[in-house]
Design a binder for this molecule. Sequence first.
Ligand SMILES: Cc1ncc(COP(=O)(O)O)c(C=O)c1O
Length: 392
Amino acid sequence: MTEIKTPYFLIDKEALDSGVKKLRTALANAWPNYVIGYSYKTNSLPWVIRYFKENGCFAEVVSDDEYYLAKAISAEHVIYNGIAKTRDTFLEAVRNHDIVNIDSEYEIDWLDELEKGAYSVGIRVNFDLESKCPGQTQCGEDGERFGFCFENGELKKAMDRIESKGVRIAGLHLHKSSKTRMPDIYRAISEASVEIARKYSLKLSYVDIGGGFFGGLESKPQFPEYFDMVAGILRQQFSPEETALIVEPGMALICAPVDYVTTVTDVKRTARNTFVVTDGSRTQIDPLMTKTSYFHELVMDPGRIRRTLDRQIITGFTCMEHDRLFELKDAEELLPGDRIVYHKVGAYTMCLTPLFIKWFPDVYLKDGEDLIKVRSRWRTEEYTCSICGDKE
Ligand SMILES: Cc1ncc(COP(=O)(O)O)c(C=O)c1O
């Protein structure tokens, strides 16, 4: 594949298939009445979202744009979450009997606009995870901002308002983004759902525990560790006959099957360092610039003569000094034409990459022996194709 122009992303279909199969098996064993909602925000490349639709996953969307994207690929089942819904898409989803989880006060007002009928919604729960899993939450002592707070009564108030409009509370949505992704988080989530359902005598059609799981990493918890434990707790209050378990994985399914392939373009020797310049960039695999290391592999022609260098710093194509990916210590020198392949980069990369200096790169799919381009890199035509001067 060295003849393909870099940089590009490469999706491994076999690894994707294997992740979905493992997830389904673990869920089916733990709680036979389950739904997988693939999290669009994690990677909404059209080929990727179609793949998950064809594999029976619901579309988990969190904005009008994502909602319309799901419609554009004829997704049959939508889970509509988040704080970026619009009134029209919200009402359309409720009327369609999609799974809609209310997260903001104004959504409850929008319910007034529904015609007479039997409607149901879910509600996003905000509960104090930091007190149950100290140090594991993303915002620590400041707490999380999504959903209606259980502890201070806001959740009960919101549920009462919804029910006063004749709309049924069908489900609880308890997604939490944690630093650790450990099973403890899901223990706390499951316990909270049991406690809330008991306290308010809720008859729920679903408990949605959200996403945030590990997947595709042997050294990390595997799917059965999460779901066997979750099911054990849910059974204290719910049964699979009456209540579905919804999961919303993104990272766990799409991170591991994707590589990013780059080529060394130049080597700069300065007074202080050797900088290996590549045609890839940190902005394309770590757009938030938070990672401290990357799974990577060096593909070097063994026929070339190389010295061993104390230190080489691998850098990207942008003009930002901190577009530095990793260091090589006491290693053979990299030379122009060598390739660096980054592994497990399918989550929060393609959909978060900025249009900075270079546009979006090619994406290929490896399906057995076949290599298929599933997105062509953006050129000037794509960048300039939006209509200017439109009046809203
Ligand atoms: C509501 C919701 N569901 C699912 C996810 C997917 O999380 P992950 O990609 O970590 O599995 C997120 C991510 O932030 C989310 O906010």
